[in-house]
Ligand binder design. Structure first.
Ligand code: BGC
Ligand code: NOJ
Length: 814
């Protein structure tokens, strides 16, 4: 069952039924001002940091699920009936409902008794504000006399404090109202020099800024007293809950349409010019007024929207493919790339399942996110890399997370996740492969943000690598620390106290438990770093990295192989995890995927064996589960992984992030059929027809799909913010379609399904447009390339040096 459909030409998903199984959301903004918006206009906004600069309030885990949003009410003044064109919050039956989620915008609306109202929500590029363009049309035969009410509930900035510290917060709310613009200025009187504003293009008949006056005592947003009455209370918030609401009266002739624009924004003033007059307590509005005036004009709002569209056209045009599979095309060309922008911006901080309060930007997460993002805006990838590296510790280890606003490592969570440092090598390598910008390695970058500790980025990579060499365990495998990629495999935790964090509790010394996953990652990072070192003419160093990687490869062969698959880890007792010797958790996906993608066992058949075992024991029609058998009870020595009921999350859920590792591994052993088959199993577009089971958005990946041990096998959870986005993008584009970035140029090495006759692609790379056409003539993966008609030796297309801006690459697969 579906709840809408793709409109590929417009790059939109069109939801045609408001009561989707879960809120189906979109992101507004892609630079500094961000919003989340559901298909019924739920969601919230923030400036840069979802915790520290929250602009509007959202009620997580509410009943109904999705509550708090950018709500508009329409009231028919002849009948006194009122409704929400976005269905929520009034939830009246409406006709012709649709929500079009597009690239950085959503258009939500419906018709009710001949009155159509649709709102286009978006954040203009380079501005810290969002525009709600509401168009109301009268399809009746008679005139309509309507009232429009806008509404937004302000957050008192720090979202954590806002939802806990009521004894203070109920007394601090402050607003100003001037020329119909509502200014939310809580705490502006003291240490904040920023405020929010909510403006309206039409002449207002009234306003409200105090929640209780608007909704009425013992009422909710579904039935606000003001809307019911048809008249604002003109309330001025002093304390309690500041909101913004405008009342606009609208008389529409039959067939007439009118537009009203609302602008919700964030503004900062220079500290010395906060007030106007200077010795008053009144917000200085001089610098913000022109911005407001600009976007209240329809022509300017339209122009900003067109610019946003053009921006996305440009971004997406960097990589476009035409394959025989519509789901591949749609995801690569539109939605997967789009999701990669969201994961890059948010890391794992703000979604409908990440509160924006708990986690900042993850070190490993953000580095991996670069894989799917770096080709779109390399300059921002560069900045991110330098920010991440600045939180690295002098030991080479890293803070697990940092706050985007302060860019400081998060002390509460700390470090000692022993995979973290290697992801920096992977991220930097991806950046150089894309851009050829070697200068990034010379950038001075501090450790732990400590002024004076700056060293070239290259040295950070050296320390990342060394970090593992300094922390090898009894078998010569890397010690796991608090956890590796799998945050829930906590082998040094041994927590028997409810509520303790599995990630930060460490009751063991940590000198025994080892990770085969990190070993695989180390092998990969070693090769990447060696290649970088070689390019920098550090021949001996490169040799050493390769030798260490090789040694680790041998150690994996010796101590990380179980007979039919790779072992997952050694626990604190030195016992195997993920081995046939175990009673549960005999085989794990991570080392199969990652060791093989790093090249371990490719020559001696172990890789193939590991993949066969994966297929046999872990593959389901909804994707590949994380391990088998699922843990049926809590194991003190394994930690959080065994805290989940079987089939969910890390306990044998289909943890989508690591499925692409197996796809890549399949591509490495040359099996394009398997690779693409796995790709299709979790491709959200390919699952659209089972939306009632899948439940999450069919246009983006979710973190998890319930595994075969779960009663809800096939049900997705935690949509949007997941490493799945970047890795699937990388797997399909670089490894299956084989359009690979390398230090020396674009490499073409497709491993596509045998049934495909070929495919076409356009890739803009280092200033040159590559028009690629691959034709299958045989069943294998051997490629013969011609570039502009000339035969090419090997498969790396050199970047043209003669100023050529476009080249044609043809490949014959045999
Ligand atoms: C989640 C992980 C997460 C960890 C730490 C676990 O419940 O499954 O994905 O990294 O918590 O927050
Ligand atoms: C989500 C976390 O953000 C990521 O860092 C981790 O690798 C996976 N969960 C697996 O635990």
């Amino acid at each position: 069952m579906q709840f809408g459909h793709f409109d590929d030409a417009n790059r939109e998903y069109v939801i045609t039924q408001p009561d989707t199984p879960l809120p189906w959301i979109n992101y507004l903004g892609c630079q500094a001002y961000f919003g989340l918006i559901s298909n019924t206009a739920g969601g919230y906004s923030f400036y840069r940091d979802a915790r520290l600069r929250r602009i509007s309030r959202y009620r997580y885990n509410n009943v109904p699920f999705d509550f708090g949003g950018r709500y508009i009410y329409v009231r028919d003044n002849q009948s006194s009936e009122f409704w929400s064109p976005s269905w929520q919050p009034t939830r009246n039956q409406v006709d012709k409902y649709s929500c079009r989620h597009g690239m950085g915008y959503s258009i939500i609306g419906s018709e009710y008794k001949g009155i159509e109202a649709r709102t286009r929500y978006f954040v203009p590029l380079d501005e810290n504000l969002e525009i709600w363009q509401l168009t109301v049309t009268n399809h009746r035969q008679t005139s309509a006399s309507l009232s429009i009410f806008s509404s937004i509930e302000f957050c008192l900035w720090d979202a954590q404090d806002d939802s806990t510290n009521f004894q203070r917060n109920f007394s601090i709310g402050q607003v100003e109202i001037e020329d119909g613009v509502i200014y939310h200025k809580t705490e502006y009187r003291e240490r904040r020099d920023h405020f929010a504003y909510f403006a309206c293009s039409a002449k207002t008949a009234g306003f409200d800024t105090q929640r209780e006056s608007f909704v009425g005592p013992y009422r909710g947003w579904d039935k606000p007293a003001v809307v019911e009455r048809g008249e604002s209370a003109n309330s001025v918030a002093h304390g309690w809950a500041p909101i913004g609401s405008h009342h606009v009266k609208l008389d529409l002739k039959p067939g007439e349409s009118q537009q009203i624009i609302f602008v919700l924004g964030y503004h900062e003033n220079p500290v010395a010019e906060k007030f106007d007059p200077p010795d008053s307590q009144t917000v200085n509005k001089k610098t913000v007024k022109p911005v407001i005036a600009k976007y209240l004009k329809a022509a300017n709002a339209d122009a900003a929207f067109d610019r946003l569209r053009a921006y996305w056209d440009e971004l997406l045009s960097i990589c476009q493919v035409e394959t025989p599979d519509i789901h591949t095309n749609r995801m690569v060309n539109i939605w997967n790339a789009y999701q990669c922008m969201a994961t890059f911006n948010m890391s794992r901080s703000a979604s409908f399942y990440e509160s924006g309060i708990g986690r900042g930007l993850g070190f490993r997460d953000s580095n991996q996110d670069l894989l799917g993002f770096v080709h779109m805006v390399p300059s921002r990838a560069r900045e991110r890399i330098l920010d991440l590296a600045s939180t690295q510790l002098p030991t080479g280890g890293a803070y697990h997370q940092y706050q985007p606003l302060t860019k400081r490592g998060n002390n509460d969570v700390g470090g000692n996740f022993n995979d973290d440092p290697h992801w920096l090598i992977i991220g930097v390598s991806a950046y150089i492969k894309e851009t050829g910008d070697w200068s990034i390695l010379d950038e001075p970058v501090p450790y732990d943000n400590e002024p004076g500790s700056e060293k070239p980025l290259y040295e950070h990579l050296q320390r990342s690598f060394q970090y593992t060499l300094d922390r090898l365990g009894p078998h010569g495998l890397p010690l796991i620390g608090r956890a590796d990629w799998n945050d829930c495999l906590n082998l040094n935790c041994f927590s028997d106290t409810p509520g303790q964090s599995f990630q930060t509790t460490t009751n063991k010394e940590g000198k025994t438990a080892e990770s085969v996953f990190i070993a695989g990652l180390f092998v990969l990072a070693g090769q990447e770093l060696a290649a970088i070192a070689e390019h920098r003419c550090h021949k001996d160093e490169a040799k050493r990295y390769r030798a260490e990687a090789k040694k680790m490869d041998e150690t994996i062969h010796q101590h990380g192989w179980d007979g039919e698959w790779f072992i997952r880890a050694y626990d604190d007792f030195g016992k195997k995890v993920g081995s046939s010797e175990c009673t549960e958790g005999k085989i794990f996906i991570e080392p199969q995927g990652f060791c093989v993608l790093a090249g371990v066992g490719l020559e001696d058949g172990l890789a193939q064996k590991a993949l066969d075992s994966t297929r046999k024991h872990l593959a389901t029609k909804h994707g590949i589960v994380l391990q088998q058998p699922a843990y049926s009870r809590y194991y003190l020595h394994l930690g959080e992984i065994s805290s989940y009921p079987p089939g969910y999350k890390e306990n044998a859920g289909i943890f989508c992030h690591n499925n692409p590792w197996v796809m890549i591994a399949e591509a490495k052993v040359g099996n394009g059929d398997n690779a693409h088959d796995y790709y299709s199993r979790i491709n959200p577009s390919a699952r659209e027809a089972i939306s009632d089971l899948h439940r999450c958005e069919p246009y983006v990946y979710s973190q998890m799909i319930a595994g075969k041990d779960a009663p809800t096998h096939g049900e997705a959870k935690n949509s949007w913010l997941t490493g799945t986005a970047a890795w699937n993008y990388y797997a399909i584009v670089q490894q299956i379609l084989g359009i690979q970035t390398s230090l020396d140029g674009l490499q073409i090495a497709p491993v596509i399904p045998t049934s495909w006759k070929g495919f076409k692609a356009t890739r803009k790379y280092r200033g040159v447009t590559y028009r690629i056409e691959i034709e299958r003539q045989g069943k294998g993966n051997k490629i013969a390339l011609t570039v502009d008609g000339k035969k090419l030796e090997g498969n790396t297309v050199p970047v043209p040096v003669n100023g050529t801006k476009e080249i044609s690459v043809r490949g014959i697969l045999s």
